[in-house]
Design a protein around this ligand. Sequence first.
Ligand code: NAD
Ligand code: MG
Length: 374
Amino acid sequence: MITILGSTGSIGVSTLDVAAHLGLPVYAVTAHAKVEQLAAQAIAARARVAVVADPARHADLARLLAGTGIRAEAGAQALEAVASAPEVTAVITAIVGAAGLPATVAAVKAGKRVCIANKEPLVMAGDLIMGLARTHGATILPVDSEHSAIFQCLEGHREDEVAQLVITSSGGPFRTVMDLSAVTRDQALRHPTWSMGPKITIDSATLMNKSLEIIEARWLFGIEASRIRVLVHPQSVVHSMVTYRDGSVLAQLGRPDMRVPIQYSLTWPRHVPGPVAAPDFAALGSLTFEEPDRRRFPSLDMAYHAVEVGGVAPAVMNAANEMAVAAYLAGRGQFLDIFRTVEKALTAVPRLAAASLDDVLAADADTRARLAGI
Ligand code: NAD
Ligand code: MG
């Protein structure tokens, strides 16, 4: 049985669709506050438990599920419980942001197959999470399309054969916009190729999503950041590539539909029939590639800097970005303020050789407290 953390979001809804196609039984679905949607999902998927993270919505959820036999639960402890319950074999992490960290860690410590869409915890504490996975026998499988692609291109090979990981990026809505000081929120929210939740859509416009993905890849695949590069590919068909030492390049291709990598994380190591067809290459005609513009998108270099500083720097970068994006989505500030906020937070980070999970959580909380007024 599977648990879907963040089932009411973009990835969560796609996961429920995949689970229905595969006939996978659902143990639990969870949401932050949207209890009506959550209850409807729980009933449709015949889940055993539904969890609302906001305890203030518990009574509403319980009322909506009365008489269905589905347990209504609430709060952070309940999220961790459904991520680690003995009945559960796979957990899909689709909560957005650092909020997903405790439940991700709970699933890892319970030795589950952990299908990770929620990349922010890996950015904050990737080395710790991968270490916990080894200790507790958890299998970490990437859902992020780029990382699913790289994971597939690495299968059957050894790390010392690899020259580079090449993460592709659509370039976002502002790939060809030279002056980013004048862009609007509506433009930033209109992604050219992917349909996603609001936070990652803004991250895709700033290319901060690629920055998070560089750090995510660094920990998932144990490859130093200097061997991970970003390549802009506007059609979003080549999901990422691995360059080998003999000059051979492996890539994974598919339609820009998250149900493909979600499904593979659930059916690995097998590719089985699912709801999405392969791309029609003759109809696509051409696939193009270009270097990212590191001057207009300083977010990319911030990721390499954060990895180089190490310790809590990636967690600070992530927290500052979450605060900056939340402010921007709430109508405060300009697009370029997001870069300024993250850059300023990063310059204040002390160099720490290693960080514990408590250090990471403290740095996250401290960065949020400092930026509370933005
Ligand atoms: P979304 O905003 O559409 O959904 C987020 C989900 O998390 C919702 O179910 C929401 O109720 C829940 N949630 C939000 N805040 C919470 C909190 N504080 N506590 C508990 N639950 C909370 O987001 P999304 O686009 O589905 O993205 C989810 C994650 O997957 C993100 O980390 C994102 O970076 C990653 N991801 C998304 C895509 C995509 O195509 N959408 C692709 C790759 C990776
Ligand atoms: Mg991605």
